[in-house]
Design a protein around this ligand. Structure first.
Ligand code: ZN
Length: 890
């Protein structure tokens, strides 16, 4: 039954700012009353209120229950706070009726090695196109989630011939809310600040979210960077769901600053070279059709200027490497009900809801019109990928079995989650002239995911040369660069796992690697005479130590490597558990700990060593179970605080107490042995803590605490009259004349000879080094120090920003990890030459004894996105071995 006909005139009303609409505005819609509107289900009109996660779920559940022939709801993950994540699929009755067949046929297209072109054509002729619209990944980007309800309503209720035509050959998948925890945080705090009227003023409390804002998930991760290493359950669920469906077009709908307008494809330069020409062509069509619709409605938009397609860990990137089309859409955010823009106009929440809705409809139309082409391109992409992996210079990657088997099994599991076939070899073999042991991992590149494999595993994915030339020109003119995110993300480098690429496929017996990240460990000689040894050096041993300490098991850890009488060499840090120190149930406990942690434990019948310290040596320390506190709240950087907590709590299952900086001014910290200072973002620790806070920190360390500073929190250690760390932060290296900074109004005359000199002259004398967007930096590890126990001779750290610190002199402390010499510094990605020169040999990790305690600085973030796994052991050593090397009164 016809309820509302939207005329061309009403459509033109879309030009004006609207407070809210009962229904979305779309030309010639003809809404069927039998489909419940948002107002009928939730009690308020569409876009008149920012819906909470539970309300969004309620609306979609109602639709799915009422119209099972047209819409299906599929749960795919659960957030940390226990909220369900789900998607719905909407289509014609006919397509929803054969959904299982459609998905099965998409699977066939996705695996072209199993079909020929004739079969593919038959499949393509029967398949609809598909669009996946993902919303509100950043929880404070509010309009997309609401637009998803508008879209679902429109697709189900509109009886117009044009909607029927779209759905005849197109399935629409909607993920309404990708980050329910962050969204809930935003919504509850937004409404808590609202008074009689919603303020549009950017100064108002409702437009200034408290720390941490709603962008991130529960562990404060930016999930729009997480698609590489899949650290968060929300991302893992999505990646799995997408591989069941393989949507042809993926939209990640976001919001940006309130003054910005609307952004859609095509993306900014640089493009990742693994994106194919016809994918870029499709991005162009989609953008052009969006523009056509935006022109009809009179909505402004922009393309190309920001939001690049280089980093593969965005939601709008990952599907591209599976052969689909993926884009980000960005709407200016009202960040509440209304927002006064810089030009004085009022932007409303409803404006955003309506614009996203139009962009979605336009995208669905493009997919519908181009259905056969998109299907064919998808099939062809995956078929070509196999061919490229069978003929190019990189036909296999081999990860030799070796030091870090826990890291290797985790990486293998993650690559498997990405849809990459990974084999674990069951026999020794030779490839490209080298011999490898059984247990090595092999990836042949003749797979439909060839481009994803290359993107994730190569040291460097090159940026377009012209783009780099342009960036160097901008720098020469003292303009900021246009690189949007890090330039390096190679998983083998980040996990610090050696990998060999080979120009031939490897044929060797393998077992298929599964998505199980932690493989069960084992105990050899489980009923020993003396006790047990756990070799240190990977996360399995660290998980073992964490669980053992929490169970009250007495553990020792050797500062030096040793060789046991049984002939086996154990690295520094290895754990020693004697039966004499522990209870009768030790054997059972060790067995269970080994199983769950993945550690390889050896039972030993005697304590005798043939080389290195005996277990009663002063070089063997007791590990105490430390109480760990961490600063949490302004001015900490939420990403740093979140990942620092996540690595301990979720990779290691060890609890952390979060403390607000205001408490630290006067709090008695004697209950804690370790205090972590995450990097700061807004404001400085010095201001937040004041002199009393700083004095309290010093007294904490002097009494035997371990203070660990991450990234720029190192600056706090250098502050005050008696700094806790004897390093200094460096300015940019200057070439050219010193500028005189006197108070005189007139100075001696000078001649500026060249345009280069002129640009140089403009730079203040005390400028920070240029900002580095992010590369993988090689660093050398002092093998003699207790802090580096079990860590290999080199590590790769992400380097982002402009911090360079001077090394400690030996009178003050040790630089236990230092950046490599300039020629070897760059492990992956891109760095400006001046920075490379200045960073070389500077400290990455410093340690200085202060009183009875230890001060440890990581000058770059070791927990960056929690995906540089090769750095985690250093951080864990700082916590657990640091606590063992402090001497509080016990
Ligand atoms: Zn966003």
């Amino acid at each position: 039954m016809t309820l509302i006909k939207i005329s061309a005139l009403a459509m033109a009303m879309g030009l004006c700012s609207v407070a809210s609409q009962a229904v979305p505005v779309f030309p010639d819609s003809d809404y069927n009353q039998a489909v419940a509107s948002v107002e009928q289900v939730l009690g308020y009109p569409l876009a008149s209120r920012i819906s909470e996660p539970a309300a969004i779920k309620q609306y979609f559940e109602q639709l799915a229950q009422a119209h099972p022939n047209r819409i299906k709801l599929v749960p795919y993950a659960q957030s940390w706070q226990g909220r369900p994540l789900f998607y719905v699929v909407i289509g014609s009755e006919q397509n929803i009726g054969r959904l299982a067949d459609i998905q099965q046929q998409m699977q066939q297209l996705a695996n072209p090695q199993r079909i020929d072109d004739r079969q593919a054509k038959q499949i393509i002729d029967q398949l609809p196109a598909s669009v996946w619209i993902a919303n509100t990944l950043h929880g404070n980007e509010i309009s997309p989630a609401e637009s998803s309800m508008a879209l679902a309503y429109h697709l189900l209720a509109d009886q117009s011939p044009q909607t029927a035509k779209l759905l005849e050959n197109t399935l629409v998948y909607i993920d309404p809310l990708q980050n329910p925890d962050g969204h809930s945080r935003f919504v509850s705090r937004y409404y808590a600040t609202v008074g009689l009227a919603h303020s549009p003023d950017r100064l108002s409390a409702e437009h200034n979210e408290p720390w941490p804002n709603g962008r991130t998930n529960h562990y404060l991760f930016d999930m729009n960077r997480d698609w590489i290493s899949l650290t968060q359950p929300e991302t893992r669920g999505r990646v799995k769901a997408l591989q069941q469906v393989y949507p042809l077009v993926f939209v990640d709908s976001h919001e940006m600053g309130g003054d910005m307008g609307y952004y859609f494809s095509p993306e900014a330069e640089p493009y990742n070279p693994h994106i194919q020409a016809n994918q870029r062509q499709s991005l162009q069509w989609l953008g052009e059709n969006n523009a056509r619709w935006f022109d009809k409605f009179g909505y402004d938009y922009f393309t190309r200027e920001i939001f690049d397609a280089f980093y593969p860990g965005y939601g709008a990137s990952w599907p591209l490497y599976q052969g689909s089309i993926a884009m980000t859409y960005e709407m200016a955010s009202a960040r509440g009900h209304q927002y006064r823009k810089a030009d004085g106009e009022i932007l409303t929440f409803a404006d955003g809801v309506q614009r996203n809705f139009v962009a979605f409809m336009s995208t669905i139309e493009t997919a519908s019109q181009r259905a056969p082409e998109l299907l064919n391109n998808f099939y062809q992409y995956r078929k070509d990928a196999i061919a490229q992996g069978s003929s190019g210079s990189v036909r296999s990657y081999i990860f030799p079995a070796g030091r870090d088997s826990a890291g290797l099994s985790k990486l293998g599991a993650i690559l498997t989650e990405h849809g990459i076939t990974v084999g674990k070899t069951t026999e020794a073999f030779k490839a490209c002239g080298e011999s490898y042991q059984a247990g090595s991992y092999v990836i042949n590149t003749n797979q439909p995911t060839y481009h994803l494999i290359r993107t994730l595993l190569d040291d460097t994915v090159p940026m377009d040369k012209e783009f780099i030339v342009k960036q160097e020109q901008r720098r020469a003119n003292n303009l900021p660069d246009q690189i949007y995110d890090v330039t390096a993300w190679s998983l083998p480098l980040m996990y610090n796992l050696p990998v060999v690429s080979c120009n031939r496929a490897v044929n060797v017996a393998t077992t298929a690697v599964t998505t199980e990240r932690v493989l069960a460990g084992s105990v050899s000689n489980p009923q020993p005479g003396y006790g047990y040894i756990v070799p240190w050096g990977d996360m399995a041993a660290a998980r073992f130590a964490s669980a053992a300490l929490q169970q009250g098991i007495k553990l020792k850890s050797s500062d030096l490597p040793f060789t046991h009488q049984n002939g086996k060499r154990y690295p520094a840090g290895s754990l020693i558990i004697s039966k004499a120190d522990n209870g009768a149930e030790l054997m059972t406990q060790v067995q269970q700990l080994a199983t769950h942690s993945g550690a390889s434990v050896t039972g030993v019948d005697s304590s005798w060593v043939t080389d290195g310290p005996n277990f009663g040596s002063f070089n063997v320390k007791t590990l105490h179970k430390p109480n760990i506190a961490m600063l949490w709240d302004e001015p900490t950087n939420p990403l740093s605080a979140g990942s620092a907590r996540f690595v301990l709590e979720r990779n290691l299952n060890y609890p952390v107490t979060a403390i607000r900086p205001a408490q630290l001014r006067g709090a008695d910290l004697s209950h804690y042995q370790v205090l972590v200072l995450p990097a700061s973002s807004r404001g400085s620790y010095q201001q937040a803590l004041g002199n009393t806070g700083l004095a309290n920190l010093r007294s904490f360390v002097e009494r035997g605490g371990v203070l660990i500073a991450l990234g720029n929190a190192t600056d706090l250690l250098l502050a005050g009259d008696t700094p806790l760390l004897s390093s200094k932060r460096e300015y940019k290296v200057r070439d050219g004349d010193e500028k005189k900074a006197g108070k005189e109004m007139k100075v001696a005359g000078s001649v500026i000879k060249t345009p280069e000199d002129y640009q140089q002259w403009l730079v203040p004398e005390k400028a920070d080094p240029d900002w580095v967007p992010g590369f993988l930096a090689r660093a050398d590890v002092d093998q003699q120090h207790w802090l580096t126990a079990g860590v290999p001779e080199t590590v790769n750290s992400i380097y982002v920003g402009n911090q360079v610190y001077q090394p400690l002199t030996i009178a003050d402390g040790r630089n236990v990890v230092s950046f490599a010499p300039a020629e070897q510094l760059l492990a992956g990605g891109f760095v400006w030459d001046e920075n490379r020169q200045q960073i070389a040999h500077k400290p990455l990790v410093m340690v200085q004894g202060v009183g009875r305690g230890q001060v440890i600085s990581f000058t770059q973030e070791p927990n960056f996105r929690a995906y540089v796994d090769g750095m985690h052991l250093l951080y864990i050593n700082a916590v657990f071995r640091g606590a063992a090397h402090a001497n509080p009164l016990r």
